[in-house]
Ligand binder design. Structure first.
Ligand SMILES: NC(=O)c1ccc[n+]([C@@H]2O[C@H](COP(=O)([O-])OP(=O)(O)OC[C@H]3O[C@@H](n4cnc5c(N)ncnc54)[C@H](O)[C@@H]3O)[C@@H](O)[C@H]2O)c1
Length: 359
């Protein structure tokens, strides 16, 4: 019989309440405490969940004996101090994305969790979504051939953050999906951007990741765009996938389309590209709430004593790329090499990891 896991959630702004709602809905899980410095947020949540205790001081939440796990859903600058305090207090810890503000902070958290034998997980929510799991399955079955490149666009008007730029806010989703699909770290990263509203905080960025075998990924992130766009295109040598997360149905379309060079030609006149246009197919994808699957996976990882698929090492990889993107922005788009860290993952964590268990 699995033991009931008592969860405390810190940060009850926009995202925290979604975590509270999902953890409350799961069997053998109890949300015992909600913590926020903002009394109005707590008042609102107390009206929804009167049985859950409220704290305005994080230290008091951590001091409570009725918490096994902590969920950190505050702004990025607080992820590290809050997650560190939670781990040192012996609590399994789920941190919202991005894991922390630097690779050094991520490494310290990983070390503490390892020494204490605690589960450390990062909220890379899209890896728990049915469309992304389907795309991964299609790519791993080699149905689209070899990946040539991936392009991602995540655009909308706002919400401006005051401690991070738009790449740190929106690109973690795309980076985590791209690493999951590519199954390797990029060799280098370039990033350009513009800070049009708040000096020094880019509201639009264009990031390029360069992988082995001429494979690449382009990530366009913006808080300064009229339309909400959540789109990813995966171009393979045989087929191409378009994933539009805004759609309520047919989020994934597989295009039987490709362009090939002729295998041999002697003169330019003989040279012809071979364009292929075939069917467009949309596989059935069961609709479920990715965040619920993520929360369930956190509980399963605690019960099973196993590393989650989005563990600290996965969070660190995303932050490593974000950190390189900031360095490239500072150097006006110069490439930042990640080659020295290239074998990092293979030596520690098997990748691709076991599939997500869906509740
Ligand atoms: N996984 C996803 O899809 C997803 C989506 C949105 C946001 N997020 C992440 O969730 C986190 C929170 O984002 P948000 O948009 O909800 O931010 P938010 O600003 O709306 O909420 C943060 C909350 O933390 C509270 N807070 C600040 N300092 C505190 C302290 N010392 N103690 C207790 N509470 C404190 C604030 O009062 C606020 O209510 C961020 O890391 C963000 O990247 C993830």
């Amino acid at each position: 019989m699995k033991k009931t896991i008592n969860v405390g959630v810190v940060g009850c702004g926009y995202w925290g309440p979604n975590l509270i709602r999902n953890f409350r809905s799961l069997p053998r899980c109890r949300v015992t405490v909600m913590c926020d410095v903002n009394e109005d947020r707590l008042k609102h949540l107390r009206a929804l969940y009167p049985e859950v205790a409220c704290e305005t001081r994080y230290e008091q939440m951590l001091a409570r004996a009725d918490i096994d796990a902590v969920v950190v859903a505050t702004s990025v600058k607080l992820h590290f101090p809050m997650a560190k305090a939670s781990l040192l207090a012996g609590k399994h810890t789920l941190i919202e994305k991005p894991m922390a503000a630097s690779t050094a902070q991520c490494e310290e958290l990983i070390e503490i969790a390892r020494n204490k034998g605690l589960v450390l997980m990062v909220g890379h929510t899209f890896l728990y979504s049915a469309p992304v799991r389907k795309i991964k399955e299609i790519v791993d079955n080699r149905d689209i051939g070899e990946i040539r490149y991936i392009s991602a666009r995540r655009l909308n008007l706002g919400l401006f953050q005051n401690d991070i730029n738009v790449a740190w806010d929106l690109a973690p989703h795309d980076i985590s999906i791209i690493l999951h699909i590519m199954k390797e770290l990029p060799q280098s990263v370039n990033c350009r951007g513009g800070a049009h509203i708040v000096p020094g905080i880019e509201d639009v960025t264009s990031m390029s990741l360069h992988f082995s075998n001429e494979r690449s990924a382009i990530i366009h992130s913006s808080w300064n765009d009229p339309r909400k766009v959540r789109e990813m295109t995966i171009v393979g040598s045989k087929r191409m996938i378009v994933y539009d997360d805004i759609l309520t149905q047919e989020k994934i379309k597989i295009f039987d389309a490709r362009v090939e060079q002729p295998p041999h030609y002697d003169t330019f006149a003989e040279f012809q590209y071979a364009y292929h246009y075939g069917d467009i197919h949309s596989p059935y994808v069961k609709q479920d709430e990715p965040l619920k699957t993520e929360c369930q996976h956190f509980l399963e990882s605690i019960w099973g004593g196993k590393a989650p698929i989005t563990d600290g090492a996965a969070g660190l990889e995303v932050v490593r790329i974000l950190e390189a993107s900031s360095e490239s922005l500072r150097l006006h788009g110069a490439p930042i090499s990640l080659a020295a860290n290239h074998n990092h993952r293979d030596t520690t964590i098997p990748f691709p990891r076991k599939d997500v268990r869906v509740s």
